[in-house]
Design a protein around this ligand. Structure first.
Ligand code: C2E
Ligand code: CA
Ligand code: CA
Length: 499
C-alpha cells in the first residue's frame, strides 16, 4: 500500500483575498518504511529477531509506571542465562553459538506466546516480562510455570553441529508498586546467581535474606584479607582438666574482633579464610601467638605445667612446607614443643595419606603432640587410626549430646572411648556441660575433659577452670576447696612421661 500525503495551502493577495490553492502531493511510502526499519533496528535483536534489551527496559519502565500506586498488584521479571555457554562458544565456534542462541530464542518465544514479553538482553541472557496484561490469577504461580516451561524448552535436544545438550538457570522476581527499574534488574540478576549456585538447570525466586547473607559474606571475605595485618584477631583459651579435677591444658581458639560486627566466632570466618587462602597466614599467626603464650606461661608458677592445643586446618597441613613453617615458629618463639599439641581432623586423612603421615611423623619428631579433633564425625572406619602417629583423640560433642538419654548413643560413646584406650591414646571429651555427662564419661574410662562445665573459652589472662560449678558432686569436693594450681604438677608430668 502506498502512503501519499497531500498538503494544500492558500495563496492570498495583498488585501487578504484567497486567489489560489496550491496542492503538493508527496509519496511517503519509502520514508515511512525507513522510519519503521529504524524503529525496528532500535528495538529488535538482529540475531534472534526478539525484542532487544532497550525495548525490554522500556516495557519494564511502562509496566512499573502502570502499577505505581497500586499496592498488591504485581508483575514478574524472569532472567534466563544459559549454563556454560562460553564453553560451547569456545569449543564449537561462534557460528554454532549463534545457531544455538537463535534456536533458544525461537523456543523461548513459543513459551512466551501470550504469556509474556520475551527479549534477548545480550550475550546468552534472555528476559521475560509478565505485566498485568499477561496475568490471570496468581503472579508467582504463573511466573513459576513460565520458568519451568523455559527450562524444559531449553533442555530439549538441539540438533546443531557439534554442540551438546544445553541447560539454563532462571531467576525470578515479582515487581511491586514501589520498584524502580534498577531494583528489579538487581533482584533478577541475583536470583539468576542463586539458581546457578543451586547447581544450575533450575530456577530461583529472589530472596532478600539470601542476598543479604551473600553481601555480608563477601564483605567479611574482603575484610578478612587485611585482618591479620590490622591485628584484629585474638586467641582465647579453654581449660582442659582431668577426671581428678586437675587443670592440665588449654585449647587455643581464635576470635575475630571485627571493627563493625564485634566478636566473630571461628565457625563464621574459618571457612572464609580457608576459601580465600587467608588461613595460611592466620594459622601461622595463631600458632605463633599460642607458642608465645606458652613461653609466657612457663614463667608463671600457676600455669607453667599447662599444655596448649592449637587447631590446624586441612589446607594448612596440605602445604608442602608446613612442617618447616612450624619448626620456624618453634625456633623463633623458643617454645618447648613438648607442651604443644596440634589438633587435626579426620577429614585431613584423605588423598596422599602417606605424605600426610610423613608430615605427622616429622612434627612428632619435634616433640609436638598430635590429636584427632571431632573424633568420630569423619565417617571413616576406626581401623585407619592404627596407621596414624597420634597421641590423643577428642571425642566430638555430638556423641555426648544424646548419650545420657539414649542407650544406643551411650554404647557408641563407650566403644569410641575403649578403642582409643586400647590403642594407648589419650581420650579427651569435648563439650562436657553437665556433671552427669562428666560422670558417665569417667565411668567409661575417659580421663580428660573440656567443656563449659569446667570453663568457657576466654582471654589468656582470664581463662581458668571454674571448679566451683562442681560443688554438687562428691567426686569433686576436694578440688573445689583447693586452688586449681595445686593439682597441676603431678598430672602434667605424668602426661609428659607418657610421650
Ligand atoms: P573445636 O576445635 O571443636 O572447638 C571446640 C568448640 O566447642 C569451641 O568453639 C568451643 O568454644 C566450643 N565448646 C567448648 N565447650 C563447649 C560446651 O561445653 N558446649 C558447647 N556447646 N560448646 C563448647 P569455637 O571457639 O566457636 O570454635 C569452633 C571451631 O572453630 C573449633 O571447633 C575449630 O574447629 C575452629 N577453630 C577455632 N580456632 C581455630 C584456629 O585457630 N584454627 C582453625 N583452623 N580452626 C579453629
Ligand atoms: Ca579443636
Ligand atoms: Ca572439636
Amino acid at each position: 500500500m502506498r502512503q501519499i500525503w497531500l498538503r494544500v495551502s492558500t495563496v492570498q493577495d495583498e488585501s487578504g483575498l484567497t486567489i489560489a490553492y496550491v496542492a503538493v502531493m508527496t509519496d511517503r511510502t519509502r520514508q515511512l518504511a525507513t522510519d519503521q526499519a529504524i524503529r525496528l533496528l532500535e528495538s529488535q535483536d538482529p540475531l534472534t529477531l526478539l525484542p532487544n534489551r532497550r525495548l525490554f527496559m522500556e516495557s519494564l519502565e511502562t509496566h512499573l509506571a502502570d502499577i505505581q500506586g497500586q499496592p498488591g498488584v504485581s508483575g514478574a521479571v524472569l532472567f534466563l542465562d544459559l549454563d556454560g555457554f562460553q564453553v560451547i562458544n569456545d569449543v564449537a565456534g561462534h557460528q554454532v553459538g549463534d545457531q544455538l542462541l537463535r534456536e533458544v530464542g525461537n523456543r523461548l518465544s513459543h513459551v512466551a506466546q501470550g504469556n509474556a514479553l520475551v527479549a534477548r538482553l545480550g550475550g546468552d541472557e534472555f528476559g521475560f516480562l509478565l505485566t498485568t496484561a499477561h496475568l490471570i490469577g496468581d503472579t508467582a504461580e504463573q511466573a513459576t510455570k513460565v520458568a519451568m516451561d523455559c527450562l524444559a524448552a531449553v533442555n530439549k535436544r538441539m540438533d546443531l553441529d557439534g554442540s551438546q545438550n544445553v541447560t539454563a538457570s532462571v531467576g525470578v522476581t515479582l515487581t511491586s508498586h514501589k520498584d524502580t527499574v534498577v531494583d528489579v534488574i538487581r533482584r533478577a540478576d541475583f536470583a539468576v546467581y542463586a539458581a546457578k549456585s543451586a547447581g544450575r538447570n533450575t530456577f530461583r525466586f529472589f530472596d532478600a535474606q539470601s542476598q543479604a547473607n551473600l553481601v555480608h559474606r563477601s564483605q567479611l571475605m574482603a575484610d578478612l584479607r587485611n585482618a591479620v595485618q590490622l591485628n584484629q584477631f585474638v586467641v582465647w583459651y579453654q581449660p582442659q582438666v582431668t577426671d581428678e579435677g586437675r587443670w592440665v591444658g588449654m585449647e587455643a581458639l581464635v576470635r575475630w574482633q571485627h571493627p563493625v560486627h564485634g566478636l566473630i566466632p571461628p565457625a563464621t570466618f574459618i571457612p572464609l579464610a580457608e576459601e580465600s587462602g587467608v588461613i595460611y597466614q592466620l594459622g601461622r599467626w595463631v600458632l605463633r601467638t599460642a607458642c608465645q603464650q606458652l613461653v609466657a606461661w612457663s614463667a608463671d608458677p600457676q600455669r607453667e605445667l599447662l599444655t596448649v592445643s592449637v587447631n590446624v586446618s586441612g589446607r594448612e597441613l596440605q602445604q608442602a612446607d608446613y612442617v618447616e613453617r612450624v619448626v620456624e615458629i618453634l625456633q623463633s618463639t623458643g617454645v618447648n614443643p613438648l607442651w604443644l599439641k596440634l589438633e587435626l581432623t579426620e577429614s585431613m586423612f584423605v588423598g596422599d595419606i602417606d605424605g600426610i603421615i610423613e608430615k605427622m611423623q616429622a612434627l612428632r619428631a619435634q616433640g609436638i603432640g598430635l590429636s584427632v579433633d571431632d573424633f568420630g564425625t569423619g565417617y571413616s572406619s576406626l581401623s585407619y587410626l592404627r596407621r596414624l602417629p597420634i597421641d590423643e583423640i577428642k571425642l566430638d560433642k555430638s556423641f555426648l549430646d544424646g548419650a545420657l538419654a539414649n542407650p544406643k548413643a551411650a554404647a557408641l560413646v563407650k566403644s569410641i572411648i575403649s578403642v582409643g584406650l586400647d590403642m594407648g591414646l589419650q581420650v579427651v571429651a569435648e563439650g562436657v556441660e553437665t556433671v552427669a555427662e562428666r560422670n558417665f564419661l569417667k565411668a567409661n574410662g575417659c580421663r580428660e575433659f573440656q567443656g563449659y562445665l569446667f570453663g568457657r573459652p576466654g582471654p589468656a589472662d582470664q581463662a581458668a577452670p571454674a571448679f566451683t560449678v562442681l560443688t554438687d558432686t562428691s567426686a569433686f569436693r576436694q578440688d573445689t576447696q583447693q586452688p586449681a594450681v595445686q593439682g597441676v604438677s603431678s598430672s602434667t608430668s605424668g602426661q609428659l612421661a607418657q610421650r
